[in-house]
Design a protein around this ligand. Structure first.
Ligand SMILES: NC(=O)c1ccc[n+]([C@@H]2O[C@H](COP(=O)([O-])OP(=O)(O)OC[C@H]3O[C@@H](n4cnc5c(N)ncnc54)[C@H](OP(=O)(O)O)[C@@H]3O)[C@@H](O)[C@H]2O)c1
Length: 248
């Protein structure tokens, strides 16, 4: 939705002039806020947890898979949500959430196509995990230290606005985690300030403080946090932690 129409919609909702419904104007009247349509690409656990989180926070949600029938059971228990293939889901959405295997992230977005992705915010939750066995709890990436998966995605799909997020924590903690009132830090990066503002708004609702690390190259630092995050899990079966930036 263009900025112009977003402002018009905000005014209509604010002054309770919102007397019609359409797919273009998708809003949460009770809170008087515009709720963007979220398309979650992923039939795995991350796709499920994040899709459920967006539903919990009042967003319209569609979930995608190459085989949408995989999502039939989830659809049955979440009647208000839609399902489709990757392209249908991405085309419907204002914001896309990429929750596919890192090894196949480019292939998944190829199925969507540049024309659909152009101009859209893509929340990139993927990690470039190579699939080899961990060595003393340390997993391997298929990217090197001066590379990142999100840079590969951004340089392939140049017109999309990628924002790294949700990659440095386990799925059970992604939505409103409980750390006794302390907000954990979600590290994000990306080239579009507007896209990062949208993601920051989502993270605030999801109970996170946002740590904006800058442009797409910062994914070289954010993605490996996944390696660090996994070590206590593999070594001590401890999987409930999250990162927090402390400031004096
Ligand atoms: N698990 C966690 O707690 C966690 C935490 C942070 C980040 N992450 C990252 O989040 C992402 C999703 O993780 P996950 O555990 O939910 O699921 P996953 O098993 O890593 O990924 C499942 C998704 O990958 C897609 N996929 C697999 N092969 C494909 C191919 N050849 N072409 C296109 N798509 C393909 C599947 O598509 P179909 O639906 O069509 O089968 C499915 O939607 C990963 O990148 C992971 O590193 C995971």
């Amino acid at each position: 939705m263009s900025r112009f129409w977003a402002i018009i919609q905000e005014l209509l909702v604010e002054y309770d002039l919102f007397f019609f419904h359409s797919d273009t104007f998708d809003c949460d009247r009770t809170k008087g806020m515009i709720m963007k349509k979220i398309g979650v690409l992923g039939s795995g656990i991350v796709g499920e947890v994040l899709a459920n989180g967006f539903l919990k926070h009042g967003y319209s949600v569609m979930r995608g898979s190459r085989s949408p029938e995989k999502l039939g059971e989830w659809k049955t228990s979440h009647g208000e949500a839609n399902i489709g293939d990757f392209k249908e889901t991405a085309a419907w959405a204002d914001i896309i959430v990429l929750c596919v295997q890192g090894l196949h992230a480019v292939a998944a977005l190829e199925l969507v196509g540049d024309d659909v992705l152009s101009g859209k915010t893509i929340i990139d939750a993927t990690n470039p995990i190579s699939g080899e066995e961990p060595v003393n709890g340390v997993i391997s990436f298929f990217t090197g230290p001066n590379e990142s998966l999100m840079e590969q995605l951004q340089s392939r799909f140049t017109q999309a606005h990628f924002v790294k997020a949700f990659s440095s924590v386990g799925n059970p903690q992604m939505v409103n985690p409980d750390y006794n009132g302390v907000l954990p830090t979600m590290f994000i990066c990306g080239n579009s300030a507007e896209a990062k503002a949208d993601v920051t708004d989502i993270l605030t609702k999801f109970g996170w403080e946002t740590g904006d690390m800058g442009q797409v190259e910062a994914a070289r630092a954010i993605e490996p946090l996944c390696i660090l995050w996994c070590i206590p899990g593999f070594l001590n079966n401890s999987w409930n932690h999250a990162f927090k930036i402390l400031k004096p």
